[in-house]
Design a protein around this ligand. Structure first.
Ligand SMILES: [Mn+2]
Length: 381
């Protein structure tokens, strides 16, 4: 069986709005011609509550797809219990099977595969999520089994406190597929795969590599990366030494024009480093302005080293504010309250006080434990 693995399409991403649709559609359509089934690894949308415009466009697109789709939600779509996330909405419309601590099977020409999934959970709960899955979903012996995830792992993302991909091995799946990291990666000798995003987002130097999806063959147990046509990304560095702003401005303008002539439609990022001539200020430099041109200004970096160091630390080591707040709420509540999940309550509170109250009310009513096996059947295609 041939399995297409697509992730992080971020439909509606403001900076590259059109690209997010054209590149995702290409990936799904191309996958429909080459595979038997499509697995999607989260962050289909860029926001938890996409606009009707964006939902409408995706609904008609998924209706036109010929292959069944199994999907999890990503961190961009995560919402509290009782609150529908946009990937679940597509399941309600009968367009895909949404998996979250649940599993399904897919069969073609007598070959059956088992697919389990966990939508994104905050990074500090990855370990707990793995334990919870171990209790609730059991991959059957003798069938090719796949786990879909949308998490950060320390092999690919900087962070001492993150889980390792080797923490997954005891779950016993044949293949682990992960979203969230926007670059194509392979781990565990090909048993752990990340297709990366289909659209430019972070504009880091690494994002100059091609965009695409993964095609996995269950017979040969091998995979290939299928490149899709995507907006080119050019990343260049320029270094200056003791130059006045006017001269720097001129050099940047020339460089930009040279790069733009080479790739008229590319997103271009220019990182400028070095030092200004004594007595001048960086504010006097002028930059060309263009929709797809981005400047990373690191002039006089040494002077600002202390501040940049601090910023970098905040960006790389501290989890986002949202996760910090959720964690704090969990810690403060401790074991005192067991009627509801603090993270889910927090999600509800973000929606507003009324949603918070509504969440508490649904929790009071719904006190029965989760079923042992939470299997779902795929909707007929
Ligand atoms: Mn993402």
């Amino acid at each position: 069986m041939k399995i297409a693995v697509i992730a992080d399409t971020h439909l509606g991403y403001p900076r590259f709005y059109e690209d997010s649709f054209t590149q995702a559609k290409y990936a799904f359509e191309d996958a429909s011609k080459k595979a038997d089934v499509i697995l999607f690894l989260g962050d289909l949308y860029d926001t938890r509550v996409p606009s009707l415009q964006i939902l409408g466009e995706t609904i008609s697109f998924f209706r036109s797809l010929k292959l069944p789709v199994f999907a999890i939600h990503g961190n961009h779509e995560r919402r509290g219990k009782g609150m529908l996330n946009p990937v679940e909405l597509l399941q309600k419309a009968g367009l895909l099977t949404h998996l979250h601590f649940s599993a399904s099977t897919f069969e073609k020409n007598g070959e059956k595969i088992f697919i389990a999934g966990i939508g994104n959970v905050p990074d500090d709960l990855t370990q707990k999520a793995i334990e919870k899955l171990k209790q609730t979903v059991h991959p059957p012996q003798g069938i090719f089994s796949i786990l879909l995830l949308h998490q950060s792992f320390k092999e690919f993302v900087y962070g001492e406190q993150l889980s390792s991909i080797h923490d997954l091995e005891s779950l016993g799946y044949s293949l682990y597929l992960n979203g969230h990291t926007h670059l194509y990666k392979v781990g565990m000798d090909g048993k752990f795969l990340i297709p990366g995003s289909t659209v430019l987002t972070q504009l880091t130097k690494e994002e100059t590599q091609p965009k695409g999806y993964i095609l996995y063959d269950t017979n040969s147990k091998s995979s290939e990366f299928v490149e899709i046509p995507a907006r080119k990304f050019v990343f260049e560095e320029m270094e200056f030494s003791d130059l006045p702003p006017a001269e720097i401005s001129e050099k940047i303008k020339n460089k930009y024009e040279e790069l733009r002539n080479q790739s008229p439609d590319a997103a271009i990022k220019l990182r400028i480093k070095g030092t200004l001539k004594q007595g001048f200020r960086a504010g006097d430099i002028t930059f060309p302005s263009h929709h797809f041109f981005f400047i990373d200004n690191r002039l006089d970096e040494r002077k600002m080293q202390a501040e940049i160091g601090k910023l970098r630390e905040m960006r790389e080591q501290k989890p986002p504010i949202r996760e910090l707040s959720e964690k704090r709420l969990r810690e403060r509540l401790g074991d005192r309250i067991t009627l509801f999940d603090p993270q889910e309550f927090f999600e509800a509170l973000i929606e507003g006080p009324e949603a918070g109250m509504q969440y508490l009310n649904t929790q009071r009513r719904d006190t029965k434990p989760a079923p042992d096996n939470n299997y779902k059947e795929a909707p007929p295609k």
